[in-house]
Design a protein around this ligand. Structure first.
Ligand SMILES: [Zn+2]
Ligand SMILES: [Zn+2]
Length: 331
């Protein structure tokens, strides 16, 4: 099979690798659509802490079952499927407590194990889910990022009636805007440096959009969803929170960066700071949710490439015209 192989030093070569054979309880999938996200941009450069090299990237995907190992019989060749890329141990204290995203033995497909930017990818059957009828592969590949938004939402109270401000209008920020709209937010603002992405945020349901530093008003937001990963955005966000406001940190901020925090603000305004990483147990909920959003992909996927064009796909993903970039490995 052909596969993109990252060496963690910027190389994105397409190589011939042996076809994966399914062992007991495993399934081999022919991926049809694979999303690229910020994780992949970092991974290609080797600056992603859990990356193991060489690795085949691709953790947001949907495709068809190509072969089924012994004991993985609830799937058959040709089934349309999507995959929760997080393979957790299932037995540690965090897994048992419903936080498999924090499992110390977590192996994310396409990050620490070979992923879907290949003609074939092998995964345990336990992370494979049936793609609902009527949901196309491109939309199926959006289930993973949608699950991250649903997990984040599960970490806070209801969005209904709250004044929401989202930092960053990349794919996660846009999905967060759509989610807040669907769940009855009173108002939705977006702070985003790119004018192109601000336009996208309006399309996804934002009421107001602002360049960084240009949003008027302080202490008038009930919920900030930080999806930019910029420490300056986190600082700015804290000033926006009204009494009993919540800051939901979804953006991946550099582990080295720090901000100034005044604990008095937490006390005085009863602020809540909440972190959310990956998708925990939200994948099945996202499969159900996407069945009600069968037309999510056309507004979201702006670019598609073949395997050979992986370098160009990464470049497109880093540009501000990209919402979501997809690889079509069978092309
Ligand atoms: Zn991702
Ligand atoms: Zn575990």
């Amino acid at each position: 099979m052909r596969a993109v192989v990252l060496d963690g030093r910027g190389s994105t070569a397409v190589r011939e690798l042996p076809d994966p054979e399914p062992g007991p309880g495993e399934i081999v999938i022919a991926p049809e659509a694979v999303g690229i996200c910020g994780t992949d941009l970092h991974l290609a450069q080797g600056d992603y802490p859990t990356g193991r090299f060489p690795v085949v990237p691709g953790h947001e995907f949907a495709g068809t079952v190509a072969s089924v190992g012994a004991g993985a019989g609830r799937f058959a060749v040709g089934d349309r499927v999507c995959v929760d890329p997080n393979i957790s141990c299932g037995t540690c204290a965090r897994c048992v407590a419903g936080a498999p995203n924090l499992c110390p033995r977590l192996v994310p497909v396409g990050v620490a194990g070979d992923g879907a930017c290949a003609e074939l990818v092998k995964v345990p059957a336990k992370v494979v889910h049936r793609l609902p009828d009527g949901v196309d592969f491109a939309t199926g590949a959006l289930i993973e990022p949608l699950a991250c938004v649903l997990h984040a939402a599960s970490r806070i109270g209801p969005v209904e009636g709250r004044r929401v401000l989202v930092y960053g209008a990349g794919s996660i920020g846009l999905l967060a805007v759509a989610y807040a709209r669907a769940r009855g937010a009173r108002s939705i603002g977006v702070v985003e440096p790119s004018a192109v992405r601000r336009g996208a945020a309006v399309e996804f349901g934002a009421d107001t959009v602002h360049a960084p530093g240009e949003r008027p008003g302080n202490h008038d937001i009930d919920l900030v969803i930080e999806a930019s990963g910029h420490p300056s955005a986190v600082s700015d966000a804290l000033d926006r929170l009204a009494d009993r406001g919540t800051l939901l940190q979804m953006g991946v901020v550099s582990p080295e960066s720090a901000i100034q925090l005044f604990p008095y603000d937490l006390f005085d305004r009863e602020l809540t700071l909440v972190g959310s990483q990956s998708l925990a147990t939200s994948f099945p909920e996202a499969v159900d949710a996407v069945a009600e959003l069968p037309r999510l992909a056309p507004g979201m996927v702006t670019h598609t490439f073949g395997l050979q064009e992986y370098a160009a796909a990464l470049e497109a993903a880093a540009s501000d015209t990209a919402r979501k970039v997809h690889i079509h490995p069978q092309r």
